[in-house]
Design a protein. Structure first.
Length: 280
C-alpha cells in the first residue's frame, strides 16, 4: 500500500470472513484533523468514503476503506498531553500496573503509538525503563527532546525484534487508542508477542462499541478509526496468537473505553482466572 492513497476492504480483518454488512454511511469525507490553511483553500482536499460495516461472523465493525497510514500518521497534530483528563488517566494506569506487576528499574515498558510520551512520562516517575514507538516525526522528536526515549517508526516486525535483541524484551507493552487504527491487527499482535517477555502483559485500550451504540457516538467515526470493537473480536484475535485475556475493565474516558490486559498462554499462566465472562 506504499504508493496507494487508499484501498477497499472486502473481508473482516479479524476473522477473514466476507460476510460484511454496511450499516453507517457518512458519505465522501475529508480527513479529520486536517484543517485547511487559507492559502490552500482552492486546492483539492483528500476525501474518502466513510462507511462502517459489521462482520456477521465475529461481530467486528470496520471501515470499508483504509487510508494509507503514511498520509494519516507521519505528521500528526493531536498531542495526548493537552488533555488533563488523559494525563490523570495515564497516572492511574501506570500506578496500577506498577503495583500489580511489581515493576522496578529493570523492567521495560513499551508504549506503541506513544505520541508525545504522555503515558511513558508516568511510568518514568515509577522508575521503570521506558521506550516509545511513534511514527509521527514531529511527536517522536518532541518526546525525545523531553527525555522520553522514542523510536520514530511504525510498530512492525523490525521494531519488535529490535526491542527483543537490544532491550531484552518488554515486561509491559501498551497500545492505547492505536489498536483501532491498525489494518493488520494479526501482524500487530504477532509482533507484540515477539517483544513481550513470557511473564509480561499486553494492555490494549480501545473505544468500546457498546458505548458507541448506546450513546450514538457517530462522531467517533473517522478514517483513523479503522475498527470498532466489542469484546469477542478482541478475545478471538488474542487466542489466535496463543494469548489469553487476564482482565477486562471499562473506563469512561473518550466516551467509553474498554481495557484488555492480555498475557501469553504459558503453563505458568494456565490457572490465572479472568473476569471476561462477567462483561460478556
Amino acid at each position: 500500500m506504499t504508493d496507494e492513497k487508499s484501498k477497499k476492504i472486502l473481508s473482516c480483518r479479524i476473522c477473514k470472513g466476507n460476510n460484511l454488512l454496511p450499516y453507517l454511511d457518512l458519505g465522501i469525507t475529508p480527513l479529520a484533523n486536517g484543517l485547511v490553511k487559507p492559502e490552500n483553500i482552492n486546492k483539492n482536499e483528500l476525501k474518502f468514503p466513510l462507511i462502517v460495516c459489521y462482520c456477521k461472523d465475529c461481530s467486528l465493525s470496520q471501515l470499508s476503506v483504509v487510508v494509507n497510514p503514511e498520509i494519516l500518521f507521519r505528521d500528526y497534530f493531536y498531542m495526548s498531553s493537552i488533555s488533563n483528563t488523559f494525563k490523570v488517566h495515564c497516572n492511574s494506569i501506570a500506578t496500577n500496573l506498577t503495583e500489580t506487576l511489581q515493576l522496578d528499574e529493570n523492567d521495560l515498558v513499551v508504549d506503541i503509538a506513544s505520541n508525545d510520551g504522555c503515558l511513558l512520562q508516568e511510568f518514568k516517575k515509577m522508575k521503570t525503563k521506558i521506550l516509545g514507538i511513534e511514527p509521527a516525526v514531529n511527536l517522536a522528536s518532541l518526546a525525545n527532546s523531553n527525555d522520553i526515549e522514542t523510536l520514530n517508526t511504525f510498530w512492525n516486525e523490525e521494531s519488535a525484534n529490535k526491542i527483543l535483541q537490544e532491550y531484552g524484551g518488554a515486561k509491559v507493552i501498551t497500545a492505547f487508542n492505536v489498536f483501532a487504527h491498525v489494518d493488520d491487527v494479526h501482524g500487530f499482535v504477532k509482533n507484540v508477542k515477539t517483544a513481550l517477555n513470557d511473564d509480561g502483559m499486553f494492555v490494549i485500550q480501545v473505544p468500546y462499541m457498546i458505548d458507541f451504540l448506546e450513546k450514538h457516538e457517530f462522531d467517533t467515526v473517522y478514517h483513523e478509526h479503522l475498527s470498532y470493537f466489542l469484546l469477542k473480536p478482541l478475545q478471538y484475535i488474542l487466542e489466535q496468537h496463543d494469548m489469553k485475556v487476564a482482565k477486562v475493565k471499562k473506563h469512561s474516558i473518550h466516551g467509553g473505553t474498554i481495557e484488555i490486559r492480555a498475557i501469553k498462554n504459558t503453563p505458568e499462566n494456565k490457572n490465572i482466572k479472568s473476569n471476561i465472562d462477567d462483561l460478556l
